[in-house]
Ligand binder design. Structure first.
Ligand SMILES: NC(=O)c1ccc[n+]([C@@H]2O[C@H](COP(=O)([O-])OP(=O)(O)OC[C@H]3O[C@@H](n4cnc5c(N)ncnc54)[C@H](O)[C@@H]3O)[C@@H](O)[C@H]2O)c1
Length: 384
């Protein structure tokens, strides 16, 4: 199916991501049918869309008539899946990150959506191939992975499963552009795709440092905020949820390497019900809102380059597997974070001897073989 044939889109799941994705698609002028399991959830999602659009209109970023058009006709809500996807040319799924839930949904959607429709998943980590296999149209199943908040973050990873057809991928990529995003092709279905996979390695590093008590969470976060990150890694983990972080770590551990297993202190927080922002406590106390992190507490014992080194190393594994090119790694990282530069361009300034040496030291110090330099790094192949 070509881009021109996409006239109507269904978004399944109206939570944090689903409502944001629906908003982006509506802003591009498509009618959207938004579905969730109950009226409260779908109406909350629609309410969040309208509140965000009104803010954008107040700031002059979208015309007020455009918002009115969305309110009065383009956005439809339903709790009837058949009604949601029955006329859709593209269905985008954004339900919880539970493989069995996604598989069951895709089986149902496959029965209800028109035979020509493309079915996309917004999964952060999971196999598009496995999801597609639950349908009778695996060639028309792809990943369209947006980033949070979807309205602001430019990246959409367009993921090819082992079965996705060329035509589906071309249409998915063109759709990403049409809705104003920066699409990056993920040529092979691999856990975490590009951005989340590259970020998985520094997560292991940060958790290892905290686990050993080398640096307190607040000192680490304060330091990284002082060097320009909007949020340090521990606060970010609280923000996304300790439970979500554990699930992602376990998935990577299961699919890629045991080194990704969440650190014992993270597992302890989960067991104690300290899930971060949503439960009021995680690394920080959230009972009075966002924790006040004192920048004066910043550690002087950490180099942010170490986090970049492990990202570069992780990225070379993707390049070796034919998932993406070196340049596409940076395109994905810049547009998923808002950082002005990507890790690979920083790595271009660093000799492969230095990089290999530092990675060897990290692998030894934290007993994580995933930090060991790849052959590509040892040969300077991270530069191109
Ligand atoms: N939150 C993020 O930062 C982020 C970023 C990128 C991708 N993702 C991915 O997006 C997906 C959704 O995440 P989220 O953060 O929006 O979750 P969320 O919990 O905010 O929203 C999920 C929504 O799905 C609904 N739902 C549950 N079961 C359903 C079903 N069977 N059918 C239809 N709807 C159902 C829930 O009622 C809820 O409204 C996940 O796969 C997640 O990994 C999340």
């Amino acid at each position: 199916m070509s881009l021109d044939q996409i006239k109507s889109v269904a978004v399944v799941g109206a939570g944090d991501m689903g409502h944001g994705i629906a908003e982006v698609v509506l802003l591009a002028g498509y009618p959207v049918s938004l579905y969730d399991i109950n009226t409260e959830a779908v109406e909350r999602g629609a309410g969040r869309i309208m509140a965000s659009l009104e803010k954008l209109a107040e700031k002059g970023k979208v015309p007020a008539e455009g918002v009115e058009q969305i309110r009065s006709g383009l956005l439809k809500t339903t709790t009837d899946l058949a009604e949601a996807v029955g006329d859709a040319d593209l269905v985008i799924e954004a339900i919880p990150e539970v493989l069995d839930l996604k598989k069951a949904l895709f089986t149902q959607v496959d029965e209800l959506a028109p035979p020509h429709a493309l079915l996309a998943s917004n999964t952060s980590t999971m196999s598009i191939t496995e999801i597609g296999a639950c349908t009778g149209r695996p060639g028309q199943v792809l990943g369209l992975h947006f980033f949070n908040p979807a309205v602001l973050m430019k990246l959409v990873e367009v993921i090819r499963s082992q079965e996705t057809s060329d035509e589906t991928i071309e249409t998915g990529y063109a759709f990403g552009k049409k809705i104003g995003k920066v699409p990056v092709l993920v040529r092979r279905d691999t856990p975490g795709f590009i951005a989340n996979r590259v970020n998985a390695a520094p997560t292991v590093l940060f958790q290892s440092i905290v686990e050993r008590g080398e640096i307190e969470p607040e000192a680490l976060d304060a330091f990284l905020m002082a060097v320009g990150m909007p949020m340090g890694p521990c606060e970010l983990t609280d923000y996304i949820g300790i439970d979500v972080a554990v699930n992602v770590g376990k998935y990577f551990a299961d699919q890629l390497h045991a080194d990704y297993t969440p650190a014992p202190h993270v597992m302890r927080m989960l067991e104690q019900g300290h899930l971060g922002k949503k439960s009021g406590r995680g690394y920080y106390d959230w009972s009075n809102g966002r924790p006040q992190i004192g920048l004066s507490k910043a550690t002087k014992r950490f180099s942010p380059l170490l986090a970049i080194f492990v990202q570069i190393n992780e990225a070379t594994k993707l390049v070796d597997q034919g998932v993406c090119s070196v340049a596409e790694v940076d395109l994905a990282m810049i547009n998923s974070t808002g950082n002005p530069v990507g890790p690979m361009s920083i790595g271009r300034q660093i000799s492969h001897w230095d990089l290999s040496d530092q990675l060897e030291k990290l692998a030894g110090r934290y007993e994580k073989s995933i930090f060991a330099p790849t052959q590509r790094i040892r040969e300077g192949g991270h530069k191109h």
